[in-house]
Structures are given as C-alpha cells and as structure tokens.
Design a protein around this ligand. Structure first.
Ligand code: 5GP
Length: 194
C-alpha cells in the first residue's frame, strides 16, 4: 500500500524516528541503495565515534559553529539530545525536494514533532522495537555505550514510544526485511533494481 496522497514521484521529505537500538539506521542504510533517495546529513556538536566520517555521518561542528548556524537560520529544526546539539540543514533539503528526490531525515522525536508543529510537509514514520527487552539487549550488545548511557537511552526510549501516536505511521522492526519493505512503501520509494 502506498500512502502518498499526491505528487507521486515528486520530491518529498521522509522523517524517521525511533529509540536508539530500534534499527532505524540499518533501515535507512538499506533504503539509500535505491535511486533517487538522499540522506539528510545533520550537524552535531557530539564527538565523532569510531568509523564515522565528517560530512557523511554528520557535519561535526563546535558549539560556537553550531550557534552561528542557528543565528543564520540554516536549520529547519535543531534540538539538544543527550547534552549535544543536533540540527537538520535547510539547504540540502530544499535542493533534494526541488530535484524530485526523497530526502530521508533521521531525527529524534522532539525534532520531528517540532517540524510537524511548523506544518512542514513530509511522511512521518516511527520505528518501534519489537519489545523493550529486545531493545535493552541490542543496546547492551552494541557495546558502544556504558551502562549509564544505556539506562538513559532506555528511559528516553520509553518516553519517545508514547509519542508514536503523533506520527503518520508506526513500523515495528521485528523482521528487518519486512520493516524495510514497509518503510519503502510508505515513503513511496521504488524497489531496488537488481
Ligand atoms: P546519535 O548521537 O546516536 O547519532 O543520535 C542521537 C539522537 O539524535 C538520535 O535519536 C537521532 O535521531 C537524533 N538526531 C540526529 N540528527 C538529528 C537532527 O538533525 N535533529 C534532531 N532533532 N535530532 C537528531
């Protein structure tokens, strides 16, 4: 089922939220192999993790650089998440939509709801973990964060989960292939060419 109401084939923004460890990055990665799909590279003030590349995963900025961009109106939204600042840049979003591309935005719940409130046009998708036990397992298994951070992220996951009703769609990620296919259809992204 395709949920696009109008302008099928026209550029659009697709916003994807979900608790840490719900698998949203993996889903996004898979969708990016389709033609005409672009990822929104956010700006952030958090430290780069091992394996991340500046300009690919995020634009890594100092707090001062970030504030300057806020003053310039460069962000369609920005938020503080776990003590760091994150923002979605306006210019690449407008360029992608004008070029008829799907602009995928990975964003936390407060950012997505900010954009909703501003009347920003887009398909809002919430990725939910199959259960909180599973989410805990994934966060601990990932091993990139200490127990305190895992605890904080689980608490945030519970708070975010309550907000899922404000999204256009909720996709439960209990089977990766199924979840990818579901988001693909909701976002109006064509099948990969094989
Ligand atoms: P991480 O530091 O693990 O990459 O991301 C932490 C959180 O920041 C995630 O929930 C992610 O969705 C959120 N995030 C990433 N980019 C943005 C953004 O541009 N704006 C907002 N509001 N949140 C973002």
């Amino acid at each position: 089922m395709t949920e696009l109401r109008e302008g099928q084939g026209a550029g659009r923004m697709v916003l994807i939220s979900g608790p840490s460890g719900c698998g949203k990055s993996t889903i996004i990665q898979r969708l990016l192999s389709s033609p005409g799909v672009e990822f929104s590279v956010s700006a952030t003030t958090r430290l780069m993790r091992e394996g991340e590349v500046d300009g690919v995963d995020y634009h890594f900025l100092s707090k001062g650089e970030f504030r300057t961009k806020v003053e310039e109106g460069a962000f369609i939204e920005w938020a503080e998440v776990y003590g760091n600042l994150y923002g979605t840049l306006r210019a690449p979003m407008e360029a992608a939509i004008d070029a008829g591309r799907v602009f995928l935005v990975e964003i936390d719940v407060q950012g997505a709801l900010q954009l909703r409130a501003l009347g920003e046009d887009g398909v809002f998708v919430f990725i939910a973990p199959p259960s909180f036990e599973e989410l805990q397992k994934r966060l601990v298994g990932r091993g990139t964060e200490g127990p305190e951070v895992v605890e904080r992220r689980l608490k945030k996951a519970e708070d975010e989960y309550r907000e899922r009703v404000k999204y256009d769609h909720v996709v439960v990620n209990d089977d990766l292939d199924k979840a990818v296919a579901e988001v693909r259809s909701l976002a109006g992204i064509a099948e990969e060419k094989s």
